[in-house]
Design a protein around this ligand. Sequence first.
Ligand SMILES: [Zn+2]
Length: 95
Amino acid sequence: MPRCPHCRGKDIEWRQVEGRGHLASFTRVLHPFDKSRAHRLPYVVALVQFDGAPGVTLVTNLVGDGIGTLSIGQAVEAVFRTNTAGTTVVEFRTI
Ligand SMILES: [Zn+2]
């Protein structure tokens, strides 16, 4: 984001965080609202809050075998995937 989501300030910077967190919210997408993602159905969109970085939340996707039995507060860790455009994206899986 170009601005702080809390105060709209521009004085922001990148900071490293641990790759682990917990599930704050999630939804399962069953219908192809976005044609570019239709091949990934069903998929899970989640809000992950990072351990050791209070207030830092990321909108991401959950992947892996654990996505069928999710619960709020569940521990997750980052995984990296290269998409079809060659860009590396961060996703999370349950641990
Ligand atoms: Zn701020």
